[in-house]
Design a protein around this ligand. Sequence first.
Ligand SMILES: NC(=O)c1ccc[n+]([C@@H]2O[C@H](COP(=O)([O-])OP(=O)(O)OC[C@H]3O[C@@H](n4cnc5c(N)ncnc54)[C@H](OP(=O)(O)O)[C@@H]3O)[C@@H](O)[C@H]2O)c1
Length: 293
Amino acid sequence: MTSDHPAPVTVIGLGSMGRALAGAFLDAGRPTTVWNRSEGKGDDLVARGAVLAATAEEAVRASGLTVVCVVDYDASQAILEPLADALAGRVLVNLTSDSPERARTAAAWAGERGIAYLDGAVMVPTQLVGGPEALILYAGERPVFEKYQSVLEELAGRSAYLGGDHGLAAVYDLSMLDLFYASMSGLVHAFALAREDKVAATALAPYLNSITAILPDIAAGMAAAIDAGNYDGEQANLSMMTASVDHLLHMSRDRGLDTGQLEAIKAVADRAVAEGHGADDWVSTIEVLKLKG
Ligand SMILES: NC(=O)c1ccc[n+]([C@@H]2O[C@H](COP(=O)([O-])OP(=O)(O)OC[C@H]3O[C@@H](n4cnc5c(N)ncnc54)[C@H](OP(=O)(O)O)[C@@H]3O)[C@@H](O)[C@H]2O)c1
């Protein structure tokens, strides 16, 4: 897919992410047609060489490959459904984030209409799009991904193919965001706890790095333990760690801070201890996360 005359592409959706994606194609020297529901969002891209299509159909017909990136699948389907005839025989890459179910439904819709479909998830902020560190996840037909891989790598140096189930990019996306939002909330709570005792956030921040630095090893160890079903807690057991959550709860309550996230953590750990995992590693709590009944 690389030559002196790169094949044209189309980007539909010119929000923050759509503009970054179109910009990355332009930076790579690729002819790029763009379209957005509301007017006035593609002017900067046009100044850089993009063609602003008058209609979504005109945009799709301009290229063999269309990338769509809008707020959610209600929005992407609202745009795409009237375009089924125009998209037939072409490749559609949907980089809109949503649930695995919505991705699979969209893939079935595309498959029934002869549209080659990849579902993807952008895993980095807009500033990194187009760079070597940018990560975009893809799922769907492997031959389609392989044929367009070099084009898609213009959007992200790390373009990972996950498998044929079109829901997989959303599964990875939401699992990664699960960690992200829990971590963001934990970080803010840590700063709040320290602030109550007059510790500046900038004083605490360098010490927090000693926690974040051990997370990669912890994640790899947890993953191996989960896949092996071996929750050996010889180094640090769940009962001991649950007591440490109690200290956090006491201090937070004393200071009048919200304890919602800590209480949720404690409730899961207590349930695992009650089910006999007290001597196991913290990772054993995975066995009590699925609620019964
Ligand atoms: N921004 C990020 O850092 C980031 C990072 C990773 C993933 N993402 C994902 O990328 C996707 C786009 O995010 P964004 O940051 O570009 O969002 P955004 O700046 O809010 O832009 C939203 C886009 O969706 C369009 N849209 C909304 N409702 C629509 C509808 N009913 N019909 C047609 N178009 C509609 C908007 O068109 P109008 O201009 O006409 O409203 C606009 O193009 C999301 O799924 C997001 O989760 C974003």
